[in-house]
Design a protein around this ligand. Structure first.
Ligand SMILES: C[S@@+](CC[C@H](N)C(=O)[O-])C[C@H]1O[C@@H](n2cnc3c(N)ncnc32)[C@H](O)[C@@H]1O
Length: 491
């Protein structure tokens, strides 16, 4: 057969959301290919649908295809992959890539496919060197090499545990059963099938449909303790357990500084975020930032020292998203004065925001969360709850933040058996615009000499902590004060 598909006219529809039909259409016109494979079109459709189903069922994200041909199978599988799914298609013949690539380029799923031309064995070596591992492998190329592909993949850990290898034509027109066959493909497949059935690393089933379809699953070696540590809790590894996909969060004081960093971190981890601030314009700016990163967000203007505002904040979130999983009560103020001079006005104002306001937020969010039987509250306390930062004088701030820790401990204990966790984060001195005020700037050198880490905290130093406390990974932690201060409280 001449190795060219030049008689095919590339007439790809403007809305190519049906790439499978596009290829079938092209193949119908391509007499050379159609005659090359018996009943190819109808077989293709069944094969494509089966591969697609396998991807869905195995929830594969990384797929390897050995033997791509027209790209029909590759595109069928790509359609079933999630947006961040990837498929490497190995194909010997460059002209087949030339045929398939324009179709991939027109398909919304084509960008998931990376075609590597050349001998598949060489591509496998390249992928193994790069440390690639796959959830599903489809072997559908030169039959005499099936065993080599299989051995290489298994010996080089290229199939993840629980991953699936799918083998096409494994019965090879039943020739594998014929004792006296001299057909080299039949013999190669017989040897392959025998090898796989004796391989303790896998389970296999040969489905005697069409030309035979073998499904192979990698199983754990017997010496492995197959428990949650090995498999992950509910099958999710640690970083997946820290993801917040589908969760609804709010952050108060999120217009700048620590709150803004919290809003970004929670959104990056997958949560929808209500950005709450006294300054509505600042909250809106942060929402715009989140939108640019593809994070679902709303802004709410609220003064958390006012009970009506707090209730409106909670009601707005519930009416918009129906639930609240994560509440970050971060808004706070700090005024400096020597204790003998501290006015009751300063004391009351600080406590109104830092302690009373935080309590009102905890209570209003907690009522929703207790009804849900699930919630994560993360309050922003301060290192000042532990030590007396100096030389600046800030009695009201220190005592209000000590109150936030006790509030957190009490709520944490009280609500633990109803699915609501309450923890707090105590940052050290954070490098925000606030500390660059004229009165505080001269103190920075003095503070630095008190910090073993030798630098101030950046807001980004706190982001992993809020994600951890917001996630299921911290379910056994409640009433905890997580101190992040570069070691300052130790000196
Ligand atoms: C049966 S077709 C694959 C069909 C494809 N998997 C599908 O579902 O649409 C086999 C393909 O394997 C390719 N092939 C054969 N030997 C190969 C090798 N050593 N390395 C890479 N590809 C090879 C052939 O060029 C051919 O395109």
């Amino acid at each position: 057969m001449e190795k060219s598909l030049s008689n095919i006219t590339y007439d790809i529809p403007p809305v190519p959301d049906t790439p499978v039909e596009v290829i079938v259409d092209l193949l119908t016109k391509a007499q050379d290919i159609a005659s090359y494979c018996d009943n190819m079109i109808s077989d293709l459709f069944l094969a494509g649908q089966t591969l697609k189903m396998l991807i869905h069922m195995s929830q594969a994200k990384r797929v390897l295809e050995i033997g791509m041909f027209t790209g029909y199978g590759a595109l069928s599988m790509a359609e079933a992959l999630p947006q961040d799914g990837r498929l490497v298609a190995c194909e010997l013949e460059p002209y087949l890539k030339e045929f398939a690539q324009p179709i991939f380029d027109k398909s919304p799923h084509g960008k998931k496919i990376n075609v590597k031309t050349g001998n598949a064995m060489e591509t496998l070596k390249e992928l193994a060197t790069a440390g690639e591992q796959f959830d599903m492998v489809f072997i559908d190329a030169d039959k005499n090499n099936y065993i080599n592909y299989y051995k290489f993949i298994m010996d080089n850990n290229m199939l993840r545990l629980g991953g699936v290898i799918c083998i096409d034509n494994s019965l090879f027109k039943a020739r594998v059963y014929l004792n006296d066959t001299t057909d080299s493909n039949g013999l190669a497949l017989r040897e392959f099938n025998q090898f796989v059935s004796n391989d303790p690393r896998v389970e296999q089933v040969i489905v005697p449909l069409r030309d035979g379809l073998t499904l192979i699953r990698r199983v754990p070696p017997c010496k492995i303790t197959d428990d949650e540590v090995f498999r992950g809790v509910t099958g999710r590894f640690i970083l997946d357990r820290m993801r917040l996909d589908g969760k609804v969060a709010y952050v108060t004081g999120a217009g700048q500084g620590i709150g803004r960093a919290f809003a970004h971190a929670l959104g990056e981890a997958g949560a929808k975020v209500a950005v709450v601030d006294l300054d509505g314009a600042k909250a809106e700016t942060v929402v715009e930032e989140l939108f640019l990163k593809g994070i679902n967000a709303i802004s709410i203007t609220a003064d958390i020292s006012k009970s009506d505002d707090v209730q409106r904040m909670i009601d707005t979130i519930v009416s918009k998203w129906g639930v609240i999983h994560i509440g970050c009560n971060n808004a706070g103020i700090n005024m400096n004065s020597a204790s003998e001079d501290t006015s009751l006005e300063e004391w009351d104002k600080t406590f109104h925001v830092n302690l009373r306001g935080t309590f009102m937020c905890c209570q209003a969010a907690g009522r929703v969360m207790l009804k849900q039987g699930y919630g994560k509250i993360i309050n922003t306390a301060s290192m000042a709850s532990l030590i007396v930062p100096h030389p600046q004088k800030q009695l009201s701030y220190n005592t209000s933040k000590a109150g936030v820790v006790k509030l957190t401990q009490t709520l944490g204990a009280e609500w633990a058996d109803r699915g609501v966790r309450v923890n707090c984060i105590s940052p050290g001195i954070v490098d925000t615009p606030l500390i660059h005020s004229e009165s505080l700037r001269p103190l920075v050198q003095r503070w630095l000499s008190d910090i073993p880490a030798g630098r101030l905290a950046q807001v980004t130093d706190l982001q992993a902590a809020v994600v951890y406390l917001a996630s299921d990974a911290s379910d056994y932690m409640t009433g905890h004060n997580l101190v992040i201060e570069g070691g300052q409280s130790l000196w």
